[in-house]
Write a protein that binds this ligand. Sequence first.
Ligand SMILES: [Zn+2]
Length: 205
Amino acid sequence: MVPKLSDERDTKLQKVIQEISKFHGKAAPGVYIGAYMVDLAQELLGSNFTKLNAISETNVCLSDAVQVMTGCTIGNKYLWLHDFGLYAMTLYDRETKDGFRVFVDYAKITNDTPTLKKFFDGSRKFDKIPRPVQQKMVVEEFLTVKRDILSFQKVKVNQPTKPKLRPLSKCDQCNDFFRTQIDQDDQNICPFCINGSNIYTFINE
Ligand SMILES: [Zn+2]
């Protein structure tokens, strides 16, 4: 059973939501939903960790809520991004790997919050009510349910404690040193030279 959200936590979250919105760039629905998800995971895990690690199963707003609220980031490698495109995240202890996975439980979303329901199943139409207005409606509807649409699972995480730091290699083509990739056959040419440079069109001036 999802524990009942205390008024104290709820009040604190309002300030947290402002911080995430600032970091994220806007007060998107996912910022609100993500904040309540991370908060639930934090309450479930309590102080049962020495080093907190996180997993985000999507690269959208939720991952920003995780980073702001937990200090687990992509850069410090305490946040693992597994972009399954799911509204789900996990907090766990880096050593014991014990943690809690919190997710939006679509089955718990009722017709009392129709826009929220459509937000999660992708059936929103924007021809009558413009997107920005609907985004606000999603937030308003979510704030009437909060934790009521969330579920959680107790998990043991099957991942290494730290991502392995790959050895450096010198690229035969660009002569830069690069970290070799796990799934790379030729360790003497950097991914940028193989096909990564396609992300740019180089302008000669
Ligand atoms: Zn190269």
